[in-house]
Design a protein around this ligand. Structure first.
Ligand code: HEC
Ligand code: HEC
Length: 209
């Protein structure tokens, strides 16, 4: 139900890259970074239609690392990772300086928690499942840089569901370049099925509000 291929976005990705006239790591004209909002929503608040998650309020260290990981082809290259494949070419064109500029720019966007969209989760069961996550993501899902684990609170619930499914299936975290995603794969073994994933995300929806 959360898996959608969006031809419009694919067409847009191609158009963006074509208009930049540059391939990975080649020098190119400065990019207007506001193109991020096309898929990540106004002011980086997330866009469910395109499945681009909220970036506003994301930790700078995590944002930088994900942009570098996408750029290096360690994320968003598995043929079943449809949403990640939308993002990977967007990062592939960025220089180190542009990544730093974007991280700096994004740090000025206001954090506003995303509206929950999941209504069929068992929050109590999710709370039990979440105990296995506290060590790294924190008891309020506020994230913990020392454990390399980003905040989950306030993130779009549909995005968290997709990521947990992707880690579990090996569409994310199995790439040899994805050293920080690899431990997360093992963590999904305690989530037996889709309902467990929905339950734990429903509990995360209650945190940090
Ligand atoms: C063509 C649409 C599109 C554009 C343009 C785009 N993104 Fe994305 N981005 C996505 C999608 C879809 C995802 C979700 C990938 C997934 O589900 O794994 C994503 C994921 C991400 C993530 C991962 C978030 C996380 O929590 O791990 C980051 C960071 C990101 N994008 C940053 C950016 C930045 C910065 C820009 C502008 C330079 C940008 N994106 C432009 C579609 C896009
Ligand atoms: C051993 C530490 C650890 C534990 C325990 C852990 N995680 Fe993670 N998690 C991580 C790390 C590290 C990342 C970041 C991976 C990366 O940088 O690519 C992550 C990333 C994620 C993401 C992706 C976030 C994003 O913005 O893309 C989700 C969702 C997630 N974890 C959910 C959970 C849930 C739910 C649990 C409990 C069932 C859990 N994690 C347990 C370390 C952990």
């Amino acid at each position: 139900m959360f898996r959608k291929v969006i031809p419009v976005v694919l067409a847009f990705s191609v158009a963006v890259i074509a208009s930049m006239g540059a391939s990975a790591a080649e020098p190119h004209e400065p990019v207007d970074h506001r193109f991020c909002f096309t898929c990540h929503g106004t002011d980086g608040m997330g866009s469910e239609g395109i499945q681009g998650p909220r970036l506003a309020g994301m930790e700078s260290w995590y944002l930088k690392r994900q942009l570098e990981l996408f750029r290096a082809g360690g994320r968003g290259v598995h043929p079943m990772d449809f949403e990640g494949m939308e993002m990977q070419p967007m990062a592939a064109i960025l220089t180190d300086e542009e990544i730093d500029d974007i991280v700096q720019w994004a740090s000025t966007w206001e954090y506003v928690p995303a509206e929950p969209t999941i209504t069929d989760g068992n929050v109590e069961h999710g709370e039990q499942l979440y105990r296995a996550c506290v060590m790294c993501h924190g008891d309020e899902a506020q994230g913990n840089q020392a454990m390399n684990a980003p905040a989950l609170q306030g993130q779009n619930d549909w995005y968290l569901v997709t990521q947990l499914k992707n880690f579990k299936a090996g569409y994310r975290g199995a790439n040899p370049l994805d050293t920080f995603g690899a431990p997360m794969r093992a963590m999904t073994s305690g989530l037996a099925n889709e309902q467990d994933i929905i339950d734990v995300v429903s509990y995360i929806n209650t945190l940090g509000r």
